[in-house]
Design a protein around this ligand. Structure first.
Ligand code: APR
Length: 249
């Protein structure tokens, strides 16, 4: 029986008491929008070796190759639409404070109208200059690699392996994780640090942790509820249950 499907007293209590919910999302959240995951069964990494592509060294070694890879993913993300899971996450805001901590760079949570999204790994639509302060939120890529007016190469505004997360975003993410009542971890293998620390911070601070993932992860055994289901299949039912329960007050 999945969390929230049969309202056991313990689960009712968790949902009743919750003042704020934090979602930690990864590539699996957008899988049902047609965007491949990295390490799951349809892993993008089977065709490419992102360790060779998603690094600053790879970029300087072959900016055209890295940009071709990002541009292909960018096109796919631009035409993708939020799925029922993204919309369910946004709908939780009708009942409770919600923060979304996402490792995804596709912007689909924002397009589903989640209002408080922290992008831990940047955003693939944005570009920024490797030399000057130039940054572009809606960049059109007309040539590869794209060039800045200053003459330097532009890069995707994403966090590569070996790079630090934007410090202000990371600070806010840690604070949100530490003070939430429920953390729902959706579609992430929890293989990448430091994002995979967020459920640990939440757990150490007494939050109930729910994982939604069709496959087991390194944390599955240590958390309160593991739901072997997909984001789009499970989350709409959970938010409906949550709504019914909360509207009784
Ligand atoms: N619903 C929920 N979970 C799913 C679904 C789905 N429809 N489909 C796949 N999954 C799960 C997989 O079982 C897997 O555990 O999503 C997870 C995806 O894991 P990864 O591909 O490792 O993605 P993620 O955890 O986001 O990767 C972290 O690594 O490559 C870097 O920067 C990149 O942000 C990325 C980070």
């Amino acid at each position: 029986m999945k969390f929230g499907e049969q309202l056991k007293s313990e689960e009712l209590e968790v949902m009743r008491r919750a003042q704020n919910i934090v979602f930690v999302t990864g590539a699996g959240m957008s899988q049902e929008s047609g965007i491949p995951t990295f390490r799951g069964n349809d892993g993008l990494w089977r065709n490419y070796d992102p360790m060779k592509l998603a690094t600053i060294d790879a970029f300087w070694n072959d900016p055209k190759l890295v940009w071709e890879w990002y541009n292909e993913r960018r096109q796919g993300m631009l035409v993708a639409k939020p799925n029922a899971g993204h919309y369910a996450v946004a709908k939780f805001e009708e009942y409770v404070d919600v923060t979304v901590l996402t490792q995804n760079i596709d912007g689909l949570h924002q397009r589903a109208k989640s209002s408080h999204v922290l992008e831990l790994h940047g955003n693939i639509i944005r570009t920024r200059c490797t030399e000057c302060d130039f940054a572009d939120k809606q960049a059109k890529i007309s040539s590869i690699p794209p060039m800045c007016k200053c003459g330097a190469i532009l890069r995707p505004d994403v966090v590569w392996f070996g790079e630090e997360l934007p410090q202000d975003v990371w600070q806010d993410a840690m604070i949100s994780a530490c003070k939430c009542d429920i953390m729902i971890v959706v579609g992430t293998s929890l293989a990448v640090s430091p994002a995979n620390m967020l459920p640990i911070y939440a757990q150490q601070n007494g939050a109930t942790i729910i994982e939604v993932n069709p496959e087991e992860t390194a944390m599955s055994e240590d958390i309160d509820y593991t739901i072997r289901d997909t984001a789009a299949s499970y989350l709409p039912g959970l938010v409906d249950t949550f709504g019914k329960l909360r509207s009784r007050f």
